[in-house]
Design a protein. Structure first.
Length: 139
């Protein structure tokens, strides 16, 4: 599954060229898939670790007010599970793990997104006409 991240590496560097507002919009809109992908690749995470990783990857801090409700929604849908573990300094933390259902959901969502991107990337007939017209030499 880490292959997906490698495939998306070029898009992430391209993504950094977007404005901060655009990056925020993409992170918020795809937060569930981002979290599932992190869980798929990291095993388990607690909320603050997820926030830290998102900030490192995307340059945007979604904050606890977005992360935890998204984790709760994913858990309610059966895509993640949670458990309480002892963290540093004997502090209890709730960590989340992706479920088999979450893996299937993530895989199908990535396929759908790739298909959508492919469809958007195809030239329309009018674009082909303009490209052909503009490439001709006018004497």
């Amino acid at each position: 599954m880490s292959l997906r991240i490698q495939e998306l590496g070029a898009q992430i560097s391209y993504y950094r060229e977007f404005s901060k507002e655009s990056r925020k919009k993409y992170v918020v809109n795809f937060l569930d898939l981002i979290l599932l992908n992190f869980l798929e690749n990291c095993g388990s995470l607690h909320g603050y670790e997820a926030i830290k990783r998102i900030k490192q990857k995307f340059g945007f801090n979604p904050g606890t007010s977005r992360i935890y409700p998204t984790f709760w929604k994913l858990e309610e849908e059966g895509l993640v599970s949670s458990k309480i573990v002892e963290g540093k300094n004997l502090k209890l933390r709730k960590v989340y793990e992706i479920t088999p259902k979450g893996r299937v959901y993530l895989s199908s969502a990535i396929k759908e997104l790739k298909c959508l991107v492919e469809k958007l990337g195809k030239e329309s007939a009018i674009e082909k006409w303009y490209r052909r017209a503009l490439s001709e030499k006018f004497d």
